[in-house]
Design a protein around this ligand. Structure first.
Ligand SMILES: [Fe+2]
Ligand SMILES: [Fe+2]
Length: 171
């Protein structure tokens, strides 16, 4: 399973690196949490390699991806809040729509068992480090970038952030 891709200018690097990590025939499905290019830009290059692979996304995600890449024949699997996919070892991916955080197609994906939230742009940053995990980054810069991103991208939707987190925690 693969969650999101990368910006199109990095497609070749992305495909090459991914191929070093995994045999493409072992990618059972792709989760597209968001249609914006920084998440989906390398999807066309990837789909050329694995054309029938299911892509899990929201109904608005299908609109966004089809509108940009013109591949209505891709194997879209439309999901909504609460839908899940069993990935074995007692673990599931649970999908949570986050409409307007910050686009109509936005969704988060939660991996049970390992308790990892693939939070999409809700906790996004315009920041990358060479290391794989964020705890290796300069924490001062990391939090500064997180604050900057939230202030610039999500502040207009703050009421929705509260609503979504309240709804999803059962409150
Ligand atoms: Fe976005
Ligand atoms: Fe983004």
């Amino acid at each position: 399973m693969l969650i999101d891709t990368v910006w199109k200018p990095h497609s070749t690097e992305f495909i090459d690196n991914l191929e070093k990590e995994i045999d493409f025939s072992k990618i059972d499905f792709i989760v597209a949490n968001h249609g914006e290019v920084d998440h989906s830009g390398s999807l066309p290059a990837l789909m050329e390699k694995i054309p029938n692979t299911p892509i899990y996304c929201t109904a608005n995600g299908v609109k966004s991806l089809t509108g940009q890449y013109h591949h209505p024949e891709w194997n879209y699997q439309v999901v909504k809040t609460g839908d899940s996919v069993d990935i074995g070892n007692g673990k599931k991916l649970v999908f949570v729509e986050m409409k307007m955080l910050h686009w109509p197609d936005s969704m988060a994906t939660y991996l049970t068992g390992d308790n990892i939230l693939f939070s999409n742009d809700a906790f996004g940053q315009h920041f990358a480090v060479e290391e794989l995990f964020n705890d290796k980054a300069d924490q001062c810069r990391l939090w500064e970038e997180a604050l900057k991103y939230y202030a610039n991208i999500l502040t207009p939707f703050s009421l929705l952030v509260k609503k979504e987190s309240g709804r999803n925690s059962g409150a």
